[in-house]
Ligand binder design. Structure first.
Ligand code: FES
Length: 162
């Protein structure tokens, strides 16, 4: 795995992680809650945190990565200040979700699933957001936008970039 742009040995503050590791010391079956708490602190699972967890719990690093990559709740890269989710559920798919994602990729200059270098935007495809009658739909943080067209998407992006 590539190191995230914000993670290196100098900037990774492992003190909060050490506290968690102390709390879970010698407990069994703690890998998932440990990863959940780690993600709560850092917003994602830093590579160095996974190494630390592997050592502290005596768990093979491949097993730690296995769990971290298996569950959709875990992130291995930092999330941008704004999280843009484009729905690719059936209703949105047939209503042009692919094009919505393409417009977002162009506007933010990132690919689906990526975070911009300045850590401002993360773009991701998700399954049904539960408002199919508004298809195609996307959310930006806590706001939902429906019946989107290219033009609408560009307007939303323009506002966000201000
Ligand atoms: S399929 Fe997109 S909101 Fe349901």
């Amino acid at each position: 795995m590539e190191a995230s742009p914000v993670e290196n040995l100098d900037t990774f503050d492992k003190r909060p992680l050490l506290k968690i590791l102390k709390k879970y010391a010698k407990k069994k079956g703690i890998l998932i809650p440990l990863l959940q708490e780690t993600q709560k602190i850092y917003g994602y699972l830093p590579r160095l945190a996974l190494v630390q967890i592997s050592e502290a719990t005596n768990t093979d690093i491949s097993q730690v990565y296995g769990v971290a990559t298996f569950y959709a709740q875990f992130r291995l890269a930092p999330v941008g200040k704004h999280l843009i989710r484009v729905c690719h559920g059936t209703a949105c798919h047939v209503s042009g979700a692919t094009r919505i994602t393409e417009v977002c990729e162009e506007e933010f200059d990132i690919k689906d699933g990526e975070t911009s270098k300045d850590l401002k935007f993360t773009l991701e495809s998700v399954a049904c957001l539960g408002c199919c009658s508004l298809a195609p739909v996307m959310t930006v943080d806590d706001n939902t936008y429906g019946r989107l067209t290219d033009r609408e998407v560009r307007k939303v992006v323009e506002k966000l970039k201000k």
